[in-house]
Write a protein that binds this ligand. Structure first.
Ligand code: ADP
Length: 324
């Protein structure tokens, strides 16, 4: 058997579970009898030749840690063909035959171009707290982000109830409402505003008045940062201006990106790392490995951003019943 050389990197926004995924990629590769490099600092690190051989101990004691020990970056240089050429030269210099990229859709674009232009076999593993990648039910980091946001919302509810207040809580999600929808349902939100559906100021204002007429003393609205009505602060201002309703805003922000990954994220990350290595060694390239309907799902890498993953309609229906 030919001994092959792989490389693994984390890229783009960090997500809890990236470490668990790198650990799985490294240990599966070694178990299969091959060797592996870690690339430090995403595409920027690759261009600068920041590669290090990894062994099974290099990934000891990291499964429980948030962030990524390989570090990550956003690389402007790599967005240009000349940057990608340099990255490919670096991989060839180190005799790397397969590149595994753990990241979001930006990182997948880059990986795909590296394959298409420079002929480097690449495999993508979806990791982003936003969960907005087609071809997988869950992305690495999403479950942890939801859990973190929910912990905060439960605390905010205590204050909302004690002081009879209306709270507008902003969660992450510039283009997608997965976090908002799930957190809103679990946190018993009265209203959930997501970018996927049109939000209506008039309807919202009237709804808040109805709650108050019905004797409701405290309420919670969860909004995704990219909602078409605006972020939480904008919505609070609009509601005050149009209906003279006072609210309190809490923006959860980057707290949702960090922290120890949940069991669900650790299992997902370990599974996808394992399958990415297996698929790459069997000759697959330019694909993403995902987990769908409780089994492995592989799709061509471009499909992961060309197709839009819809929100779970069942959860949308459920929310409209439970919040009415
Ligand atoms: P994420 O992977 O979390 O979506 P980014 O969108 O920041 O994060 O992408 C990570 C990196 O991937 C960028 O810094 C850039 O180097 C590379 N990248 C993103 N989009 C492209 C693109 N369209 N073409 C080539 N490379 C890209």
């Amino acid at each position: 058997m030919d001994k092959r050389k792989l490389a693994v990197m984390t890229s783009g926004g960090d997500a809890p579970g990236m470490n668990a995924c790198v650990r799985s990629v490294v240990r599966t590769t070694l178990h299969e009898g091959h060797s592996i490099f870690g690339i430090y600092g995403g595409y920027e690190g690759l261009i600068n030749g920041e590669l290090m051989p990894l062994n099974r101990h290099s990934v000891s004691n990291i499964i429980q840690k948030g962030g990524t020990f390989l570090k990550t970056s956003r690389s402007e240089t790599f967005k240009h063909k000349s940057g990608r050429r340099r990255a490919a030269e670096m991989l060839k210099e180190w005799n790397v035959e397969i590149l595994i990229v753990i990241g979001g859709d930006g990182s997948f674009h880059g990986a795909h171009y590296l394959y298409e232009e420079q002929g480097i076999p690449v495999i993508g593993i979806p990791a982003t707290i936003d969960n907005d990648i087609y071809g997988t039910d869950l992305t690495i980091g999403y479950d942890t982000a939801v859990t973190t946001a929910l912990n905060s919302i439960d605390k905010i509810r205590d204050t909302a109830a004690s002081h009879n207040r209306l709270f507008i809580v902003e969660v992450m999600g510039r283009n997608a409402g997965f976090i908002a929808l799930e957190v809103g349902i679990c946190g018993g939100a009265e209203e959930i505003l997501v970018p996927e559906t049109k939000s209506d100021l008039k309807k919202l204002g009237e709804q808040i008045k109805t709650w108050s007429k019905a004797g409701k003393k405290s309420s919670l609205i969860v909004v995704a940062e990219g909602d078409d009505l605006g972020n939480a602060n904008t919505i609070a201002n609009k509601v005050k201006e149009a209906y003279n309703i006072k609210s309190h805003v809490c923006v959860l922000g980057h707290t949702q990106r960090g922290g120890s990954p949940t069991a669900t994220d650790r299992v997902l990350a370990s599974r996808l790392g394992f399958h990415a290595v297996k698929e790459s060694l069997s000759g697959q390239e330019d694909i993403m490995v995902g987990w769908k309907d409780n089994s492995l799902n592989t799709i061509p890498l471009p499909e992961s951003w060309e197709k839009k993953k819809p929100l779970d309609q069942d959860l949308m229906d459920l929310y409209s019943v439970l919040s009415s």
